[in-house]
Design a protein around this ligand. Structure first.
Ligand SMILES: NC(=O)c1ccc[n+]([C@@H]2O[C@H](COP(=O)([O-])OP(=O)(O)OC[C@H]3O[C@@H](n4cnc5c(N)ncnc54)[C@H](O)[C@@H]3O)[C@@H](O)[C@H]2O)c1
Length: 250
């Protein structure tokens, strides 16, 4: 590895929303980025970004709910690039349902992507991040910090991501890796734009998590991720940074 080789960041969920914004932000910061997503067409749609950053952007179609796919893809990225400096767990799904109507398939899918997927990727990436004194970032949600009606499965996964972040931070506190989470409030992305809620919910229960400062743009989250993986954040380890316009402060 020569001194001038760029650092390598891996971003899951890179085909859309916060992941795509993070991909672009990290490319602009001089990283080489490996973009992972289950959405092959979405990754193809990044072609203009990739064209502008020839040799600095690779794409990998992968379902993060598969432990085998996470381990083999992340090993492949390491073998190709010789290093992994940043791993951003951003891929996720969301659904609004009455708690009593959550099916086994819906529950298992939510946990498989949002909780197991984050863990399988972290498990595979951590040895490489220890080697590089790198940084692991998990995208949780304000719903992991506050009670949010009609999203019991989603909220359980995000609370789990927060606990996982702290647990991993303690397990690796004597290494050079840094492990943190961001917990966004509402962000203007396809996840929210395509979000459907049951018609018969009580809106009074939903209002408290609409907040007072509107929705964030994806770049307002990716800029915080970019700071957290930078050397300026070298004392931040095991933190959960709410990026929610004050939503969870009250
Ligand atoms: N948008 C919000 O308001 C908001 C708020 C808080 C937290 N978040 C979290 O931010 C993260 C990104 O969400 P977003 O709003 O950018 O959503 P998005 O739908 O725009 O992007 C999510 C990406 O994850 C990918 N993905 C889904 N399942 C996958 C799988 N099994 N394997 C690999 N990739 C998969 C999707 O294809 C998509 O490209 C999620 O973890 C979400 O829970 C979003």
């Amino acid at each position: 590895m020569t001194k001038n080789e760029p650092k390598v960041a891996v971003v899951t969920g890179a085909a859309s929303g916060i992941g795509k914004a993070t991909l672009i932000t990290l490319l602009n910061q001089g990283f080489k980025v490996a973009a992972m997503d289950v959405d092959a067409a979405g990754l193809d749609g990044l072609s203009s970004v990739i064209k502008l950053n020839k040799d600095l952007c690779e794409t990998y179609v992968i379902d993060i709910s598969s432990r085998e796919q996470c381990h083999s893809t992340i090993s492949r990225i390491f073998e190709k690039n010789g290093r992994i400096d940043v791993f951003a767990n951003i891929a996720g799904i969301a659904r609004s349902e009455h708690a009593t109507e959550v099916s086994e398939a819906s529950w298992n899918e939510m946990l498989g992507v949002n909780l197991s997927g984050v863990f399988w990727c972290s498990q595979a990436a951590i040895p490489f991040l220890i080697e590089s004194n790198g940084s692991l970032i998990n995208v949780a949600s304000c719903s992991g910090l506050m009670g949010q009606a009609y999203t019991v499965a989603y909220s359980a996964t995000k609370g789990g991501v927060i606990a996982m972040t702290k647990s991993l931070a303690m397990e690796y506190v004597k290494t050079g890796v840094r492990i943190n989470a961001v917990a966004p409030g509402s962000v203007q992305t396809p996840l929210i734009n395509n979000y459907s809620i049951p018609e018969d919910i009580n809106m009074d229960l939903v209002k408290p998590y609409m907040g007072f400062r509107g929705m964030a743009e994806p770049e307002e989250i990716s800029n915080v991720i970019s700071f957290l993986v930078s050397d300026d954040a070298r004392r931040i380890h095991g933190a959960v940074i709410a990026v929610d316009g004050g939503l969870t402060a009250g």
